[in-house]
Write a protein that binds this ligand. Structure first.
Ligand SMILES: Nc1ncnc2c1ncn2[C@@H]1O[C@H](COP(=O)(O)OP(=O)(O)OP(=O)(O)O)[C@@H](O)[C@H]1O
Length: 470
């Protein structure tokens, strides 16, 4: 009888919620008994019970009303101590027609009877939480690109969970120092308070652990594990995109921690509003605290980063190499570090001093798009700087000799260094046609052959463009 009643309830519920949620939250329920108009269902864990109450109480109420009438009631039997062979169900009397409390409050009538799941955490959960000791504030160079993010991180590190920066969301492009910064926050907290439970986890790992916990029937352990931390640092949350179930669990953990005044720190490769594929309720929570971005570092910051790293390694690299590296690799600090490491390795392998030549060789091998990245805009700027003519004049109709020459040189390099068609190049120089470009290239070649001073200028510019020192 109770099976049939529950079956009918499920049929109703099924049509009201998403299939995925139905499978997650309703299929694991077992109806146990029907006593007069009280239906008892068994749920796998305390968390499960709370989740149902928090999210599906209205649907359940409707189903019970339909199946058992106005006096109908629902009781939960929460399975505890799953790890133990003698699992004993605990029945929580909870009438569905009473308003439940929100999750995070003690909304199990006689909460003190509800025991926690096993104290021993499964192996797969204990593997996380490792902060890398090299990621500290001391080795994190501050620049305009990361000032807000760094100071917010620093404030959180002083008073985790207390500032209004909760959650703290750091976003920015690949390899710009998000992980370093959030780990620095974690390390700082640990230093001030070694007993704090600071947990760092990459979102991918979080997802895999969750899947693992489903497979091992240990979702409750998973949740307990995360709900016990004081500071949760979760890296690359964009990875949770389209992972509905992981998002649901994370949402719950997030709420629990936030309501308990625990600090949450997140990173992402884009601002929250662009996190497509994440549930709106999750994204809106991400915006509760402070969102700070990290931009591409400017030249001076890049130089400072290289200096700091080389100092730490006890290595000295010549000034011109340092500047060359900072000029050439301008978008990704990880790549910059990669080049430095190769450079150091090469020089010690072939027993050769680190010099500009070696640096160029290494860069050519490592940075794929190195030679193709120079664009017409960049060439125009380099040429206008070099010949000291206004950028606009290169695109204007002016026929002044020095401007005409500079314009022709810029066209010459545009043809040589970019994939633009002659037509497109002409277009970038004030709408000239392709024959003007052909003529410019010819004129420059002629001058290279006949004028040594001019040849020198072209060579010099070539170097600058290659090194991108403009
Ligand atoms: N401001 C900085 N000062 C010193 N080192 C930095 C700075 N920013 C980044 N780095 C270094 O650059 C490397 C890449 O940084 P990190 O791994 O933190 O980037 P990320 O933004 O988390 O990258 P991803 O998007 O791939 O997760 C690290 O070795 C880090 O130490």
């Amino acid at each position: 009888m109770h099976q049939q009643i529950w079956e009918n309830c499920l049929n109703l519920v099924k049509h009201e919620i998403q299939e995925q949620s139905f499978k997650t939250w309703f299929l694991p329920i077992t109806p146990i008994k029907l006593d007069k108009s009280v239906l008892t269902i068994q749920v796998p864990s305390q968390f499960f019970y709370e989740w149902l109450e928090d999210n599906y109480v209205h649907i359940l109420r409707k189903a019970i009303l339909q199946e058992l009438g106005p006096n109908g009631r629902l009781e939960y039997s929460v399975v505890i101590d799953r790890g133990n062979e003698q699992a004993k169900p605990l029945t929580v009397n909870y009438p569905v027609n009473k308003a439940p409390g929100r999750f995070g409050q003690n909304h199990v009538g006689n909460g003190q009877n509800v025991q926690q799941s096993p104290a021993v955490t499964p192996e797969f959960l204990t593997l996380t939480g490792k902060l890398n000791p090299i990621y500290v504030f001391d080795s994190y160079i501050e620049g305009d690109c990361n000032r807000l993010a760094r100071s917010a991180g620093y404030a959180v590190a002083q008073r985790p969970g207390v500032t209004s920066f909760n959650p703290l969301m750091i976003y920015g492009g690949v390899g710009l120092g998000k992980t370093h910064l959030v780990q620095a926050v974690g390390n700082q907290i640990m230093e001030s308070n070694p007993d704090a439970k600071v947990l760092y986890v990459a979102s991918e790992k979080f997802t895999n652990q969750f899947i693992e916990s489903l497979r091992n029937n240990a979702v409750q352990d998973f949740i307990n594990f995360y709900q016990k931390v004081d500071v949760l640092i979760i890296d690359d949350v964009q990875f949770l995109r389209d992972k509905e179930r992981t998002q649901e669990i994370f949402f719950h953990i997030f709420n629990h921690l936030h309501q308990s005044g625990k600090q949450i720190i997140m990173t992402s490769d884009c601002p929250p509003r662009e996190l497509k594929g994440l549930q709106e309720r999750l994204v809106s929570r991400f915006k509760w605290g402070l969102t700070a971005d990290i931009q591409t570092p400017d030249f001076e910051t890049r130089v400072a980063i290289i200096q700091k790293k080389t100092q730490a390694e006890g290595i000295v690299i010549p000034e011109d190499v340092l500047e060359y590296l900072a000029y050439t690799i301008d978008s990704n600090i990880r790549e910059l570090e990669g080049v430095m490491i190769s450079l150091i390795a090469h020089s010690s392998l072939v027993k050769r001093e680190i010099d500009l030549e070696l640096a160029k060789q290494i860069i050519k091998n490592i940075v794929n798009d190195y030679d193709t990245e120079v664009g017409i805009d960049y060439i125009q700027k380099a040429v206008s700087d070099y010949f000291n003519v206004a950028l606009e004049d290169l695109k204007a109709k002016t026929r002044k000799k020095e401007i005409v020459i500079a314009r022709q040189v810029a066209m010459y390099f545009s043809k040589d260094y970019t994939n633009h068609s002659l037509k497109s190049i002409g277009y970038h120089f004030g709408g000239r046609d392709h024959s003007t470009v052909i003529h410019a290239v010819q004129a420059v070649n002629d001058m290279i052959d006949t004028d040594a001073k001019f040849r020198y200028s072209v060579d010099e510019l070539k170097k600058r463009l290659k090194m991108r020192t403009v």
